[in-house]
Write a protein that binds this ligand. Structure first.
Ligand code: 5AD
Ligand code: SF4
Length: 468
């Protein structure tokens, strides 16, 4: 067996980033075979899976949604919380079962979980039926490893975060809305978060390559692009070339694609310049995901979030004042080690202040290797669940309140798919990222149409199409 290459992404030395143009020539040598790809986790993983799809399809594999029909299974894993890991291993059990009857089945694990040495050692020792393991830094090696596969497990995981691959090709899930990576990794080291370890140091793509990619997507007819990074506000800092996220956002908006948005921005260095650019361009969506994490100053400090509740409130208010009709969503963690009843109350107060359009809420999950994992925690799981329920109730009530304000209003909706809410319906998003179900036919998919909102729920709106 080739020596497993295991190392956690802890090498943070700021050496010059090497930009590599990628030019893989792949032949469809596996024509007639099928791939099954399952993605866990965030948008970053979803987009990485579009790269994986490109490689598999270039090698001739066809997509199947039925596990049992697959010749190769790829699980793109997530490490953010323990339950994400549990889901992967639950599914891996199904794959193992299938492999008992289908000896030629190739099983590949990739993504964030595979950047953690303990997990990979577990695969080597306890899951010998897994054929290929790759990490987040070398997805492009997947075709090579598939082609070189013999009876040995192939484990290739690096912590090389001094490289950026440019010219990556994707087989995109959508023809309407596309992701563009603008930056990889994260240097923020929030104390609960495993991402800086799984994705490595913060590194930006070159602006000219991003602009080129956006132009090509516009020419291909894409209506919406989302600029993707763990912390987009830090875009460009590592390059020191005189441009920043605001510059990039403006340049992308000027290309004239109908909708531009970005995720995720950190409240710490969200600049006035960014707010002004968002307000200035009609095609930059008035939608900002601004993770709060906690409303308690003490917990925010222990989380290493670099802002306090006053600073967050000031930023929040400034954004609301300067960007008309902006919708702001957030992430909140309850049950950080030793979060007191008062800390939790501070979080609830903050939700009352911000009245978020929607919020993703989580119970703190201990991640080995992070600073928070070393903290003593006396709060019971039961108490944490109770807090989550209280928080969710509040968050959902405000989401409903925000949605109800739209009843009777006319909004523009980018239709993306058939609706699950009925044969005669399609669905799409407003420019504030609210899901709308509209009576209409499939020919509307890909179009931006005017819709009058007729009803509101916590997580979606109903509407009727107006003459467009
Ligand atoms: N436990 C719970 N939630 C977490 N997040 C990140 N790490 C953890 C953890 N260890 C949440 C944060 C982040 C979102 C993507 O996931 O709220 O913003
Ligand atoms: Fe994790 Fe914080 Fe980086 Fe977000 S900014 S990826 S929460 S370390």
């Amino acid at each position: 067996m080739n020596k497993p290459n295991l190392c956690i992404a802890k090498d943070r030395k700021k050496v010059k980033i090497e930009y590599k143009e990628q030019n893989l020539e792949l032949k469809p040598i596996y024509k007639g075979k099928k791939y099954f790809l399952r993605t866990y986790g965030c948008q970053m993983n979803v987009h990485d899976s579009e790269e994986i799809r490109y490689y598999l399809e270039s090698l001739g594999y066809e997509k199947t949604d039925i596990l049992e029909n697959a010749d190769i299974v790829v699980l793109n894993t997530c490490a953010i919380r323990e339950n994400a890991k549990d889901k992967v291993f639950g599914y891996l059990g199904r794959c193992k079962h299938l492999k008992q009857t289908k000896k030629d089945l190739i099983i590949c694990l990739c993504g964030c979980l595979m950047q953690l040495p303990n997990e990979v050692e577990g695969i080597i020792n306890n899951h010998k039926f897994v054929d290929i393991v790759i990490g987040t830094h070398n997805i492009n090696e997947l075709p090579k490893l598939i082609m070189e596969l013999n009876n040995d497990q192939k484990i290739e995981v690096y912590s090389n975060s001094n490289e950026v691959n440019e010219n990556i090709k994707y087989s995109r899930d959508s023809k309407i809305s596309a992701w563009i990576n603008i930056q990889y990794g994260c240097d923020k080291f929030c104390t609960y978060c495993i991402v800086p370890f799984t994705r490595g140091r913060e590194r930006s793509r070159k602006i000219e390559n991003i602009i080129q990619e956006a132009k090509e997507l516009k020419e291909e007819g894409y209506q919406e692009i989302t600029l993707l990074g763990q912390n987009v506000n830090a875009y460009g800092k590592d390059l020191n070339l005189g441009y920043n996220f605001a510059t990039l956002l403006e340049e992308v908006a000027k290309i004239g694609i109908s909708r531009v948005r970005f995720v995720t921005s950190h409240p710490w260095n969200f600049t006035d310049e960014m707010i002004d650019i968002i307000a200035k361009y009609d095609n930059i969506m008035p939608y900002i995901h601004l993770p709060l994490q906690s409303g308690s100053d003490d917990i925010l400090r222990k989380m290493n979030r670099r802002y306090n509740k006053e600073e967050y409130k000031n930023l929040f208010t400034k954004i609301k004042e300067k960007i008309p009709n902006v919708s702001i969503t957030t992430d909140i963690i309850v049950g950080f080690p030793n979060e007191t009843e008062e800390d939790f109350q501070d979080t609830l107060d903050m939700v009352d202040y911000c009245k978020y359009d929607s919020a993703y809420t989580f119970i703190y999950s201990k991640r080995e290797g992070t600073y928070a994992a070393t903290l003593e925690d006396k709060i019971s799981d039961e108490e944490k669940s109770k807090r989550l329920q209280i928080l969710n109730k509040k968050v959902n009530a405000y989401a409903l309140e925000a949605n109800k304000k739209l009843i009777g209003k006319t909004v523009e909706v980018l239709i993306i798919d058939k609706s699950e809410k009925g044969e005669d319906k399609v669905c799409g998003y407003t420019d504030t990222m609210k899901l709308v179900n509209v009576i209409g036919k499939e020919y509307l998919i890909g179009k931006i149409i005017k819709v009058k909102i007729t009803d509101a729920k916590s997580f979606s709106l109903d509407g009727i199409m107006l003459d467009n």
